[in-house]
Ligand binder design. Sequence first.
Ligand SMILES: [Zn+2]
Length: 370
Amino acid sequence: MKELLKKLVQTETTAARGELAAAKVIADELGRSGITIRIDNWDQTRANVIAQVKSAGHKGSLLFACHLDVVGPGEADWKYPPFGGIEGDGRIYGRGSADMKGGIAAIVTAVKQVVEAGIRLQGDIILFAAAGEETDSCGVKRFTAQRSRQAKVGGVVIPEPTDFEVVTAHRGMLWLEVTTKGKAAHGSTPQLGVNAIILMKEILSELDNFKIPFEPHPDLGGYSMSINTIAGGKALNVVPDKCSIGIDIRTIPSQNHQEIIGSLTNILTKLRSKNPQFNAGLSVIREVGSLETDSNCDFVRNFCSVVGAARTKAVGFTTDGPYFTSLGAPVVIFGPGKPELCHKPDEYIQISDVEKAVEHYKNIILKFLT
Ligand SMILES: [Zn+2]
């Protein structure tokens, strides 16, 4: 297990490098136990891995859904090389060790051990590891599009780092870009142009008072909205013809993304009706739904009893989880590693936590599939 995790961390799976090399590491590992694996490869280096352990088929299958990609190492200095997979102090250091190659190493090892022990399963194990979770969810979108007509899935487990808490809810994410279009002119004759930055000022003041209606969620609380990027102008002596802002909205389950987009579009229409020179457009950069699994359903209750959790939890980060609700199965997030280490320098995972996760995943498989 430890060597597999090191190999996975050493395989850089940033957006620039793609996931294919890591997909091959997993395929090799599972292939040695005779498990059927398919690598779905596109755009040269992009890849999903899908492995399926067949059963008698009397029960719905259990889907373990991971992601292969990692975010980049960032600008900060690392004490350990980000893609070294270095072991020290009982930990494995490196980008992706916690988010979420530790979880992948644990579930791959658990599945191998179940298969090698010759345990007779009543439902299939499906092990999926996606491309692009950190960027555009391209991998999970391909997977769910291909699977929609397949046999029944009884439950979905996402081995993301939750430090062994059972997570059933998280907020959604709506990333928008609003761009104003003006007319370029020489900086000495601004009256001949239309300044896109000045047009953006009108939008920014409208957004100051913009509120999205919501009912507070018992676990997730409210939504958040923040304008996190702005860009405009090319040179000091040119009237800018373009200005863009990026808006990061984190939504709760009662909020509808299309309605939010509609309200913002209405603001742009209103500004245009007041000022004929006003010209602006809105585009969706990324969108992930919120997740809310019924904590009282049989699957979640049984899951909690297997892993010894007294309650379920909601978290602030998002996952590919909402995409799996189209399969009609409950989704829980549960895995080794501390969520606060994700995307940070000197990310690590405790080796003993990954070992503990192997035992948990085996128990989960035995509970639901035998
Ligand atoms: Zn993750």
